[in-house]
Design a protein. Structure first.
Length: 275
């Protein structure tokens, strides 16, 4: 069955991006890549994907902006508050038993998920013994994550989410408002290492107690999801936890057997001790 011309063009473009810039989108789900490339094509005024490919190869300056089309940055503080409530009520009691902790936020976007965990761990008295690793492939998102500055009009939603997650303090304790922005307290990130890390091509992190990777795997095809989940399996300590997004699961993964369902509703899994 011959492929559609546009599908061929997309594959060639993704190969070109990989060979020239080492960003590997070849294993992302085609439907979502197609939607994003349509927007990129319009933005860059290209009448076809092949013309966009020519531009990408000869104008490296457009790559950062192209990346922002290819990766979805949407995030919130305490996004899906019941997930954070489950972390607080069910996972934290296990984490308390360790003398030190490592937490990996994979695909942290502009940092909202990281600040949620940093605040939650502070409220639960675990911050002092925890190291956070916040990773993403998008350099602009990582820059914003390091800055921790969000538009003030998002704070109302963040505050509601925080309360619904069982927040023990007022969110306003953690930021300063000025000139239409909320700047989160720098002490929230003193125990965080931000780094450029791709779930497609980079290696494991060692001895992690909790990995939160939410709303990232939905953009990957099955093979790539398996690669990422294998990476999580090898990065976690035995009995360590993995939290996914509400539309993600380990159900069809090659690594299902290595995990037990810890909270089915909240997509939280625990690495088995015997695998
Ligand atoms: C929709 S955001 C999710 C943000 C946050 N985890 C949340 O749930 O609110 C998806 C993030 O995954 C990142 N991402 C995409 N491909 C990735 C990869 N191969 N490795 C690491 N991060 C990736 C994107 O740059 C983007 O910041």
């Amino acid at each position: 069955m011959p492929h559609k011309t546009e599908d061929i063009e997309i594959r060639l473009l993704l190969e070109a991006i990989f060979q020239r810039y080492h960003y590997d989108f070849r294993g992302y789900s085609l439907a979502s890549i197609k939607r994003r490339l349509k927007q990129a094509r319009e933005r860059f005024g290209c009448s076809s994907i092949s013309i966009l490919q020519d531009k990408v190869l000869h104008e490296p300056a457009i790559v950062p902006e192209l990346l922002s089309f290819l990766t979805v940055q949407v995030s919130e503080l305490f996004r899906d508050p019941t997930y954070f409530q489950a972390i607080r009520e069910k996972v934290i009691p296990h984490l308390r038993t360790y003398p030190s902790l490592k937490v990996w936020i994979a695909g942290c976007s502009s940092g909202e998920e990281l600040y949620s965990f940093a605040i939650l761990f502070r409220e639960e008295g675990l911050e002092e013994k925890t190291m956070f690793y916040a990773t993403d492939i998008n350099p602009e998102a990582l820059r914003r994550a390091r800055a921790g500055v969000y538009n003030l009009d998002r704070i109302r939603l963040f505050t509601e989410n925080h309360q619904k997650s069982g927040g023990r303090s007022s969110l306003s304790d953690y930021y300063t408002a000025a000139y239409g922005s909320a700047k989160f307290d720098r002490t929230l990130r003193t125990r965080t290492v931000f780094s450029d890390h791709s779930l497609v091509s980079d290696a494991v992190f060692g001895e992690i107690h909790l990995i939160s990777c939410r709303n990232v795997l939905i953009y990957f095809d099955r093979e790539l999801q398996d690669r990422a989940i294998g990476l999580f399996k090898d990065s976690l300590i035995r009995k360590g936890f993995l939290g996914l997004g509400s539309k993600e699961s380990l159900s069809f993964s090659a690594h299902t057997a290595a995990f037990a369902e810890f909270s089915r509703e909240e997509k939280i899994y625990q690495r088995r001790g015997d695998q």
